[in-house]
Each structure stands twice: as C-alpha cells, then as structure tokens.
Design a binder for this molecule. Structure first.
Ligand SMILES: CC(C)(COP(=O)(O)OP(=O)(O)OC[C@H]1O[C@@H](n2cnc3c(N)ncnc32)[C@H](O)[C@@H]1OP(=O)(O)O)[C@@H](O)C(=O)NCCC(=O)NCCS
Length: 145
C-alpha cells in the first residue's frame, strides 16, 4: 500500500526517490520485488506493481499504483494478477496479502477481483489498514480468468 500522502511540492521528488531506493534494495536482497508497469502497445510507463515484504507483519504484500489517466481499464487487476502468479509459482510463497486505507474502495475492489478475502484490520507503518489475503491453495483453485 502507499505509505501516506498525497505529497506536495518538493516533497514529491524526495518521497519518490526514497520509494525507488527501497524497491531497488528489496530486489537486491530478495531477487524479486516491485516492477514498473508499462502500457501495451507503446510501452509508456504508467505506474508500479509487485511484491513487497512487510517486515512489521511477517508477510508479503502485493501493491499497485497507476497514473490516474489509466484508471478503470483493468490494468491494476491485470498487473496484480501477474504479480500474484509470480509470487506463488516462481517465488514459492504460501500466502500474499494486500493492504489499503479502508476508504480506498477502488483498491479494495481490485483485491476482490483478484480473489483475495477480507482478513481484518492491521496497524502497519503507523497506518490503520484493511487487510486482504490469498493463500496458494485458493489461488490454484481459482477458475481461469
Ligand atoms: C487502485 C488503482 C491501482 C486501481 O487501478 P485501476 O487500473 O483503475 O483498477 P482496475 O481497473 O483493475 O479495477 C478498478 C475497479 O474498482 C472499481 N471502482 C472504481 N471506483 C470505485 C469506487 N469508488 N468504489 C468501488 N469500486 C470502484 C472499478 O469499477 C473496477 O471494478 P470493476 O472492474 O468490477 O468495474 C488506482 O486507482 C490507483 O493507482 N490509485 C492510487 C494509488 C492507490 O490507491 N494504490 C493502492 C494503494 S492500497
């Protein structure tokens, strides 16, 4: 999930740099992490999606954030679905969660479309978040999209 914001003015560049540094460090440590999302066709960069360890919870989350102009076309669901498949099939994870501010209904809808189930509320990074979860057995039992 996004750790706060929206950020304004000079803060935007600094927060973005921190986030990218965190993602790069995660790739170096684990060999997997968060990808850039590019549009087809054309390859324009439109956002981020991938897998991220949440040390505070001892879990791995799927996360996504896309440019506003692309919302509502199913891109987040498509990207996050690929990230879940990578997590279960390639990384070998047994369970993946997703976190959101409870009022972020658009993000929660993506989680539901991914077949994730409401798993209660947690406090993480000082934020009260709603948690959804998917285990590998349920993922494998999903009907094909
Ligand atoms: C959350 C986000 C990634 C969704 O991206 P997206 O590409 O629009 O997602 P999808 O098109 O795959 O699915 C969106 C779904 O939410 C639904 N939706 C949109 N607004 C909604 C609302 N206010 N309440 C409930 N559902 C809503 C859409 O109708 C769609 O569901 P449907 O396919 O059943 O119609 C995008 O809005 C975003 O980047 N937001 C800012 C960053 C963010 O909040 N990231 C998540 C942090 S937890």
């Amino acid at each position: 999930m996004l750790r706060g914001g929206p950020f304004l003015g000079g803060e935007v560049a600094a927060r973005s740099a921190q986030t990218v540094a965190r993602f790069v460090e995660h790739w170096a440590r684990h060999g997997w992490g968060v990808w850039a999302v590019r549009e087809r066709p054309g390859g324009a960069f439109v956002g981020q999606c991938g897998l991220n360890t949440v040390d505070e919870l001892g879990e791995v989350e799927v996360l996504y954030a896309l440019a506003r102009a692309t919302w509502g076309r199913g891109l987040a669901t498509e990207a996050a679905s690929a990230a879940l498949a990578y997590g279960f099939d390639v990384v070998g994870l047994r369970r993946i969660i997703a976190l959101a501010f409870p009022h972020n209904l658009r993000s929660r809808r993506v989680m539901e479309k991914l077949g994730m189930r409401h798993d209660g509320f947690v406090t993480v990074w000082g934020i009260e978040a709603v948690c959804y979860a998917l285990d590998v057995a349920t993922f494998r039992a999903r009907p094909p999209a």
